[in-house]
Design a protein around this ligand. Structure first.
Ligand code: ADP
Ligand code: MG
Length: 394
């Protein structure tokens, strides 16, 4: 894969022109809403009907991401195409890039889709990553890997929300985990002691202008993001360093679009990059209610060839994810969470993604709490969790 940019120039899109979107999930839904409020129309390509983005878009092509006719129609009708879905086939982006501007590029998406390439890119920017080694065959599992134990074996591709990874303590564990992962290409990472997990959303346009949002502090439950607190409770110097690292990674990729860089804060090592996501990110949902410009508006502005917006955070915020388990009572019967009770708290902003079927672990929506002070937002978040019956983070 080469780093060649889209051969087609970005031009400023006029209101009522169409922006294309690959993927129909909630990130796409929030992109549609932001693009529409700037006056654009959005055409979604997704194989599923009733998708969260498809149901608010101005039009939808119900087809596979690699369907030639659908890609041709997208290129014909749209002035540019973006993606909301990390595992979109790079070939679809490459095909489109011959005809219209594509953001982010197939190259950037390809790097982020592969944990080993991602790590070598990030360390190439002088930003530390966790000590790691590739595991591509059983022959790679030897005593040379002992310094990485205890560790986490992760599939090089297609992992998300903690899926495709196994914690291992011994070489025997590692052999078993590799077999359980069907011997696909993996990376073994040393298990680090995390003081915090933080992330930075960075937006970079086709002229190379680059801007970051305030650093977010992330808490997970069972491998899935549960809570994001912004500003992150880390030293200012470290926050500035995280934002600078995110800018240098975006610059090295010649990235055009919205990118999330996830970091660990590690005792004795400071900031270590965990992974990058070539799209808006769950940890950036707070920007809708707490910042002048949201991450989704930046994505639309970049695609439309408009200037980047101000990322200033006007209110401290806590974002609480709403997962499918909230739609079931203790007996496993379906129920609707008590939205009136949470919305009686005036600092609460509710976002539901319009998904018809709740499932355990499925992201159904999120709540952002905005308040004049972070302590107040944290206290309201506790009230929200207790009303909805959300347990503690890991
Ligand atoms: P996903 O693609 O599922 O988000 P991640 O690589 O981000 O996968 O891992 C999910 C979570 O597992 C991280 O947010 C972190 O809490 C934990 N984790 C991952 N890698 C390490 C590591 N090397 N050391 C300690 N914890 C880790
Ligand atoms: Mg992650």
């Amino acid at each position: 894969m080469n780093q060649a940019k889209s051969s087609v120039e970005f031009k400023t899109a006029l209101p009522n022109q169409w922006l294309g979107l690959l993927g129909g999930g909630q990130l796409g839904r929030m992109f549609c809403m932001a693009a529409q409020s700037l006056g654009y129309k959005v055409l979604v390509l997704d194989p599923a009907s009733n998708s969260p983005a498809g149901s608010v878009a101005d039009g939808q092509l119900l087809a596979d991401y690699l369907d030639d006719a659908a890609l041709a129609e997208l290129a014909e009708r749209c002035v540019g195409v973006t993606t909301e879905f990390e595992n979109v086939p790079a070939l679809a982006l490459d095909t489109l890039a011959n005809r219209i501007p594509v953001s982010p590029s197939a190259f950037s998406v390809g790097v982020a889709q592969h944990r080993l390439e991602e790590k070598s890119y990030v360390s190439g920017c002088g930003v530390p990553v966790a000590p790691h080694a590739p595991v591509r065959s059983t022959a790679d599992i030897s005593e040379a890997l002992l310094p990485l134990l205890p560790g986490i074996l992760k599939t090089a591709r297609l992992g998300y929300d903690g899926k495709g990874q196994v914690r291992v303590s011994t070489l025997d564990d590692l052999r078993k985990a590799f077999a359980d992962l069907n011997e696909v290409e993996c990376v073994l990472e040393k298990r680090l002691t995390l003081l915090r997990e933080v992330s930075v959303i960075v937006a970079r346009d086709h002229k190379g202008e680059c801007i970051t949002f305030p650093v977010a502090e992330n808490h997970h439950r069972k491998g899935i993001l549960a809570t994001t607190i912004v500003p992150a409770r880390i030293e200012d110097v470290m926050a500035a360093q995280a934002r600078a690292s995110a800018i240098s990674i975006a610059g090295a990729l010649d990235y055009v679009g919205v990118l999330c860089v996830e970091f660990f804060v590690v005792e004795g090592m400071g900031l270590v990059v965990n992974e990058i996501a070539p799209r808006p990110h769950n940890s950036g949902h707070y920007t809708i209610d707490a910042c002048v410009t949201s991450q989704f508006e930046q994505q639309a502005r970049i695609l439309a060839g408009l200037p980047l917006g101000d990322t200033r955070q006007h209110s401290p915020s806590v974002m609480v994810n709403l997962l499918g388990e909230l739609w079931f009572d203790e007996q496993g019967n379906e129920r609707e969470p008590d939205w009136s009770a949470v919305l009686a708290l005036p600092q609460v902003k509710l976002h539901l993604y319009g998904k018809e079927q709740a499932r355990v672990g499925r992201k159904m929506g999120h709540i952002t709490i905005v308040a004049p002070a972070l302590e107040q937002a944290l206290a309201v978040a506790d009230q929200v969790r207790s009303i909805l019956g959300i347990g503690d983070d890991d």
